[in-house]
Design a protein around this ligand. Structure first.
Ligand code: FMN
Length: 400
């Protein structure tokens, strides 16, 4: 933090408030990002609801970038009810309104695009069988065995990501984030757990990188054809899996060095804590994000996330990494950045109460989710459940 005087008043300036110019020339006004968080509030067909528009509007304006919850690029890629869809052109009018609501006061609007792969059910897919790299069930209760994708389906899915990008551009988004994390289809292709193919899409580490790299290539081509040179393309990864076999950090580091030359504008590492060390190798005490930063090099900015709540937390992360994403804290405190800029840090909220819902424009399904699945860690303040900070318990959100 730099402290300086203006008109006799001592002011603090955090480096996370500095702007950052991406290599494609797009200028992001500060280095705080709203992390992708699904609110499960879209219509059954994936069309954006007005509640969602208000929820994102309430959180734009302060942060440098705002990323939507994941949007499925095809019907077969839908992961859960109430999910955003970017699978066909009928979503465009409402999606355009969403993009507009996110872009207030210079915030960049980013659409997260994904396919759930095997992390869905035939009920959610209205009778269709989930698909994945191989016909292997996820090691989770209630998971279903997916069908192994044919070559044709793989190529179609790569095109789906291209079409989703085209729709994001048409709707006025400033960028897309390719969701290669949190156990969804793109990660399923990279993982030796879910990908046991023996064709060009699976087998050794190099072949397991082919699907993610082809998706990126497709997305970059669509951007190039659109002529929107400042359209942002981010990529999100999960660095490890705890299953055997599963993604090892050494494999991720190799993948990251490939990603550094893939044309992406930023890399986003999905973790529950910015400073987490390896889950699989306890003797490795170097934070994963530091290792990823080294493998990535200085050309591409690294976005980190996990348990950042206070300006001090954010500044610590901003000392080592270019972008700091915040999830749950921005649900509770939509004006976090504005309050820091105004020097009004003492009024930043770290607790959430049911009486705040209307003011915070939290859609009912998100509230329901926070009070059930997330109950112990949602920072809720209720009689039975004394107000807890998000930091006080570990969370299962990495399945997102
Ligand atoms: C309600 C909720 C929904 C989420 N949905 C997504 C999602 O759609 N896509 C994604 O990549 N991560 C998703 N996440 C994970 C967040 O992006 C983030 O990585 C996680 O919450 C850790 O950050 P935090 O400690 O600042 O909350 C979700 C998290 C929450 C709490």
């Amino acid at each position: 933090m730099v402290v300086f005087k203006q008109g006799g008043i001592q002011m603090s300036k955090y480096q996370f408030l500095d702007s950052y110019t991406l290599k494609n020339g797009a200028e992001v006004k500060n280095r705080i990002v709203m992390a992708p968080m699904t609110e499960m509030s879209s219509f059954e067909n994936g069309i954006v609801t007005n509640d969602e528009i208000e929820y994102y509007r309430r959180r734009s304006g302060g942060v440098g970038m705002e990323i939507t919850g994941c949007a499925n690029v095809s019907e077969i890629g839908k992961g859960f009810e109430g999910e955003l869809s970017v699978a066909n052109d009928s979503v465009l009018p409402q999606l355009s309104k969403l993009a507009q609501s996110m872009k207030s006061n210079g915030t960049k609007a980013i659409l997260q695009i994904f396919n759930a792969g095997r992390m869905t059910t035939s009920e959610i897919l209205r009778g269709k069988k989930p698909v994945s790299a191989s016909a292997i069930r996820a090691e989770r209760p209630g998971s279903e065995e997916p069908a192994s994708m044919s070559e044709e389906e793989i190529l179609e899915t790569i095109s789906d990501f291209g079409n989703a990008t085209r729709r994001a551009i048409l709707s006025g988004f400033d960028g897309v984030e390719i969701h290669g994390a949190n156990t969804y289809l793109i990660q399923q292709f990279f993982s030796p757990n879910s990908n046991q193919r023996d064709d060009k899409w699976g087998g050794d580490l190099k072949s397991r990188m082919n699907f993610p790299l082809e998706v990126i290539k497709k997305v970059m081509n669509v951007v190039k054809e659109s002529g929107k040179s400042k359209f942002i393309v981010g990529y999100r990864i999960s660095p490890e899996e705890i299953e055997t076999p599963g993604i090892q950090l050494s494999e991720t580091l190799e993948f990251v060095s490939k990603l550094s030359t893939s044309g992406i504008d930023y890399l986003h590492v999905s973790m529950g804590d910015v400073w987490r060390t390896s889950l699989n190798d306890k003797s490795d005490t170097e934070p994963i994000n530091k290792q990823i930063k080294q493998a990535l090099g200085d050309e591409i900015p690294l976005m980190v996330v996990g348990n950042v709540e206070t300006p001090v937390d954010a500044e610590k992360a901003a000392n080592s990494f270019e972008f700091v994403a915040m999830g749950r804290e921005l649900i509770r405190e939509p004006n976090w950045v504005e309050k820091v800029i105004a020097g009004d840090e003492t009024s930043i909220k770290y607790k959430l109460s049911p009486t705040d819902l209307e003011d915070l424009a939290i859609p009912a399904p998100l509230w329901g989710f926070l009070t059930t699945v997330f109950r112990p860690i949602a920072g809720l303040s209720t009689e039975k459940d004394p107000a807890t900070s998000f930091k006080e318990a570990a969370a299962p959100w990495e399945k997102f």
